[in-house]
Design a protein around this ligand. Sequence first.
Ligand SMILES: Nc1ncnc2c1ncn2[C@@H]1O[C@H](COP(=O)(O)OP(=O)(O)OP(=O)(O)O)[C@@H](O)[C@H]1O
Ligand SMILES: [Mg+2]
Length: 236
Amino acid sequence: MTAAIELRDVAAAYGPFRALFDVSIAVEPGEAVALVGSNGAGKTTVARVASGLVKPTDGQVLVNGADMTGKRPYALARAGVAHATEGRSVFATLSVEENLTLSFRRLFGRGGVRSHLDEAYEMFPVLGRRKEQAAGTLSGGEQRMLSMARVMVEKPKVLIADELSLGLAPIIVDELYATLERLRAEGTSLLIVEQQVTHALALCDRVVLLAHGSVEWTGTSEEAAGVVTEVFSPVG
Ligand SMILES: Nc1ncnc2c1ncn2[C@@H]1O[C@H](COP(=O)(O)OP(=O)(O)OP(=O)(O)O)[C@@H](O)[C@H]1O
Ligand SMILES: [Mg+2]
């Protein structure tokens, strides 16, 4: 089977600092993989390499078998790779609706905006109620929902989500994970970066544990349940 996305023997660096060493991770079509590890392990760097934000110094990035190594982020996006980045990724001074309209116009053309706005508001009713509000004044959780609404409507082949649950109320985290579950049911492959492993383990088939820029352990979620919580996350 050709992986939806694969990092093969990837190394990456920030200037003289080497952040990743010989990392190989593959996400099969329709599969969900959790990428876990302690602070500074290199999870976000893996996510950045996979979506083209960081160029690997060695190794390859393959999307559906095609070599995308060193390609710019928009080329990876066109190939179906979406990256929900750590933190907030909305245009603060634009309204909720303007944010959504911008992405939908780019993706579906002018004629596709209305129906996809409706779809987004149906998925996240709070966004419909706040569509005139400047995105920068939304709460943290609402901003995350705005980012997710864009991704959900886009239905990417691969979604890389970095610390989706960070700083959010449990009920919102549940909601976000339910939308991930739905995306996956529709065929999107998921690479989920999480500190808080409980949700990630429940959603994902396989777990990759990163330590000091290398893959330290990989196995199924069942196998990971004991190992991973013990190894790195006492709060689990
Ligand atoms: N832009 C950068 N310039 C220099 N060093 C960086 C840069 N980004 C990350 N690093 C370093 O690379 C290492 C890996 O960082 P990365 O963000 O990938 O870790 P992480 O596993 O996502 O950590 P966290 O769980 O804290 O988000 C860290 O030591 C970090 O300080
Ligand atoms: Mg990170």
